[in-house]
Design a protein around this ligand. Structure first.
Ligand SMILES: [Fe+2]
Length: 220
């Protein structure tokens, strides 16, 4: 059984479409949250995820869609959420609000957006030991939030962060995702190019912060 893992799409439709086109044969598609925020195409991304993903958990941006002011100190995040709030239908916003915080795949993998026991907690590659004791009983955990692609092990259990589809911060501007083969435990960390210029242009046209568009080229 092969599982496709997507995270941190952040309203980047061209990146999401590129990943969906690049996906090899899979049995299940799992979205680890942060469908909206930052970039200018939230509605299209919500619809694509609803249409294509079998399992979806809620990210912090999805959760804060009705309360952008809570994104204090992060101008880009706040602007992206205010924009998403103005673009999504009430029904789409409601769908984001009702997404679960955790899910399971194959009865043996935990699915979360961020740290399993610390809300909004980041698990960077150098912090995986902070997961020790939190995923007992599972074969592994799928998580996102850092926008840094990584596969590692803690307590002998698999930890997969597929990286970010729509706003990579691990040095490469290409859209990131992953595919896990459950039988072999093999993880394929994948990247694909997409039309960054198109998204940058939309950021300018919609009046979102210029840093939001520039960041896509930097991959940071
Ligand atoms: Fe995110």
């Amino acid at each position: 059984m092969r599982i496709g893992l997507l995270a941190d799409i952040h309203a980047n439709q061209p990146a999401l479409e590129a990943v969906l086109a690049d996906l090899p044969d899979i049995d299940q598609l799992v979205c680890l949250g942060d469908i909206v925020g930052y970039n200018p195409m939230p509605a299209a991304c919500v619809e694509l995820v609803r249409d294509r993903a079998d399992v979806v958990v809620q990210g912090n941006h999805d959760r804060l869609i009705e309360r952008p002011l809570r994104m204090t100190g992060n101008k880009m995040a706040r602007a992206g959420l205010e924009y998403a709030q103005s673009q999504l239908s009430a029904e789409q916003r409601q769908w984001l609000q009702t997404l679960p915080r955790t899910a399971h795949v194959d009865g043996s993998y935990l699915v979360v957006h961020d740290h399993p026991t610390k809300q909004d907690g980041y698990v960077f590659p150098e912090d995986v030991e902070s997961l020790s004791g939190t995923i007992d009983g599972y074969a592994g955990v799928f998580l996102g939030h850092t926008h840094v692609q990584d596969v590692s092990r803690v307590d002998g259990r698999l930890v997969v962060n597929p990286g970010s589809v729509g706003q990579p911060r691990d040095g490469s501007p290409t859209a990131a995702y992953a595919v896990l083969n459950i039988e072999t435990g093999e993880v394929d960390l994948r990247r694909t190019h997409y039309d960054v210029d198109r998204v940058h242009h939309e950021v300018v046209v919609t009046g979102l912060p210029t840093e939001t568009g520039e960041r896509l080229f930097e991959g940071q």
